[in-house]
Design a protein around this ligand. Structure first.
Ligand code: SF4
Length: 158
């Protein structure tokens, strides 16, 4: 069984500071990337596990837009904007694998600050711009994010 540990407050502040800095540094480059060359990662902990109808693809899920959680609205917006894809990732290794396979020019990651920090470091040599949107409620299940903020990040253009 996977054990989910939350970072101490001081560590979380360091992750937040790191992700804020890298969001600002990469925002301009990100805005230049066409929507169809961007992919989005949402965390599996946001799903409503009681009734989630997403298709399990091994390392990730594909949202079936059942309306059970906020990923429903994110999935619809991603399609409306013509993004390359939305993956509900089960972990960092999946993200690394998908990025290698899909070779996007930009990535949007919705995650806790710890995972956001990790993703920026993971993708730093991949020559793509990354924008991170934090969870407003983290943990291992029933996590949440600010949909308006996700929408703002997804719609960024130059
Ligand atoms: S909206 Fe998508 S991710 Fe959320 S519970 Fe339904 S199928 Fe699962």
């Amino acid at each position: 069984m996977k054990v989910c540990k939350l970072p101490a407050k001081s560590k979380e502040r360091a992750y937040k500071s790191f992700t804020d800095k890298h969001n600002k540094l990469q925002a301009g480059k990100f805005a230049l990337v066409p929507f169809n060359k961007r992919i989005v990662f949402a965390p599996h902990c946001m799903r409503n596990v009681a009734g989630c109808a997403a298709a399990d693809k091994g390392g990730y899920y594909v949202c079936a837009e059942c309306g059970g959680c906020k990923i429903n609205a994110i999935s619809k917006l991603v399609k409306q904007l013509n993004y390359k894809a939305l993956y509900i990732a089960k972990g960092g290794r999946t993200i690394e694998k998908i990025v290698k396979e899909e070779n996007p020019e930009a990535v949007v990651g919705i995650a806790c600050f710890f995972e956001g920090d990790h993703a920026f470091k993971l993708l730093k040599d991949a020559h793509m711009s990354v924008q991170f949107t934090p969870l407003t409620k983290d943990g291992c299940t029933a996590t949440d994010t600010d949909l308006a903020e996700v929408e703002r990040v997804l719609k960024q253009t130059n």
